[in-house]
Design a protein around this ligand. Structure first.
Ligand code: CMC
Length: 429
């Protein structure tokens, strides 16, 4: 295969280097095009633009393949655990037993939030959306760990802030939840594993310790692993773009949390359950809602359906659907939302509108049903996504820094007014 592509503009030929990845993905490197020809490329929504080279996650949307550092998501979801996967994403290799123990111990030691943060949290109305509070609190960590804003901090300082984030996102998530409920905030307990600590902080009430159910732990583990990274999606690209200005890890991740919140991205998991509940309240007529989703005059979309890159199936959705059946059976929960979700999926998969556009259930379609079965309210679903995505965001931020990538700064094609002269307000008609 040629390692050069040729672009002809106005009769003139411009050779452009071709870059091939380890999984044979091909790209034309246009970084020198403007300097040579005066042209930029235009790609709204970056539908066909590779923003970086990366060694973290491989995704093939046509064949429904997802690998973290080369390991298939199916194997990791079945056999691994979230901390091991976090280590893999951040440091590039699966940890040895000693490395994993040291990583887990450090996380346990740093899970306490800094003194003073509780007061900031107390200032938020209890009705505030948890994602807004979460992003603000993550950003506020720069105040407690000021060395993190130094662009030239040492490797050790960066590592410490990475450990803090993995540890403290669990504590923060549970505090945001309990603040919303007007309940006391539980402190992390050293010596408890990540999930037990998280579930204890989330659900233990005064005088009533939460009894950890292995079925819940297993479901939580799978969900966090499946959300842990997804290459250059909207929130990860946000983290990398903000990080490219040498903003701190906390600021970059806080920006990623805000990007994730949107209903077209991670916020879809909340929208899905609310949609399923609305269909239930409306009599459970899935076909009626499917027709709404197809109607171009109706802004409604089938939430949890469709994906920018997956065009056959989302491998994460397949695993989550099975986990959903499993957890509901094990917990003895009967949820009509699951029946409606399955009916919607069946109907959509046979409907020419969805088939032609290659729209399939995505990771968010069934995840909310699991979170609900665990006892979480819908506003917390995207917080759980953020907690799962944390190691991926961190790994991507770290890679950007290690590769000394330049500041991100897209071009545009200006379509506004051409130059005109200012007139004083009195002269304007
Ligand atoms: N319901 C109805 N129609 C849809 C849907 C949907 N969920 N998704 C896409 N379409 C239609 C869309 O109207 C368009 O039709 P047409 O060609 O006639 O104009 C066509 O399918 C292509 O859609 P698009 O919006 O151009 O595709 P995109 O790649 O820009 O958007 C998406 C991808 C995920 C934003 C979109 O499918 C969507 O809005 N889905 C619902 C929200 C959702 O579930 N988001 C979670 C994504 S997975 C979690 C994560 O973010 O990681």
């Amino acid at each position: 295969m040629s390692d050069t592509a040729e672009l002809i503009i106005e009769g003139k030929s411009y050779p452009l280097p071709v870059k091939v990845g380890t999984e044979n993905e091909k790209a034309i490197d246009i970084s020198s095009l403007r300097a040579k020809s005066g042209y930029v490329t235009l790609d709204s929504g970056y539908k066909n633009t590779g923003a970086t080279t990366s060694a973290i996650t491989f995704l093939d949307g046509e064949d429904g393949i997802l690998h973290y550092r080369g390991y298939p998501i199916e194997q990791l979801a079945e056999k691994s655990n979230f901390l091991e996967v976090s280590y893999l994403l951040i440091y590039g290799e699966l940890p040895t037993e000693t490395q994993l123990k040291s990583f887990s111990d450090q996380i346990s030691q740093h899970s306490q939030l800094p003194a003073g943060l509780e007061k900031i949290l107390a200032g938020f109305p209890t009705t505030a959306h948890p994602m807004g509070i979460l992003s603000a609190l993550v950003s506020s960590l720069t105040a407690f760990y000021p060395e993190s804003v130094e662009p030239n901090q040492t490797e050790e300082q960066i590592e410490l802030n990475i450990i803090r984030l993995i540890a403290q996102i669990a504590t923060l998530s549970t505090w945001v939840y309990n603040h919303g409920k007007g309940q006391p905030l539980n402190q992390p307990q050293e010596g408890l594993d990540y999930y037990t600590n998280f579930l204890h902080m989330m659900f233990s009430a005064p005088g009533q310790a939460y009894e950890v159910n292995p079925v819940v732990v297993d479901a939580l583990n799978k969900l966090l692993i499946l959300h842990a990274d997804h290459e250059q999606n909207c929130s990860t690209s946000t983290v990398r773009l903000v990080g490219s200005s040498h903003a701190s890890l906390y600021s970059s991740i806080s920006a990623g949390i805000n990007a994730l919140w949107g209903p077209l991205h991670g916020g879809a998991n909340q929208e899905v359950i609310e949609m399923l509940e609305a269909i239930k309240a409306d009599g459970g007529n899935s076909q009626k809602w499917l027709e709404k989703a197809k109607d171009k005059n109706d802004p409604f979309r089938l939430m949890g359906f469709g994906h920018r890159v997956y065009k056959n199936f989302d491998p994460r959705a397949k695993i989550i659907k099975a986990a959903c059946d499993n957890i509901l059976n094990n917990l003895g929960v009967k949820d009509q939302a699951l029946t409606i979700a399955k009916e919607l999926e069946q109907a959509a998969l046979q409907d020419p509108y969805f088939v032609e556009r290659k729209l399939y259930p995505n990771v968010d379609f069934y995840s909310g049903i699991i979170y609900k079965a665990i006892g979480l309210p819908s506003q917390m679903f995207t917080v759980m996504f953020a907690m799962g995505r944390m190691p991926g965001w961190i790994a991507q931020w770290k890679e950007l820094r290690l590769n000394k990538e330049p500041i991100g700064r897209p071009r545009q094609i200006y379509i506004g007014k051409t130059k005109r002269d200012y007139s004083p307000v009195a002269d304007r008609a």
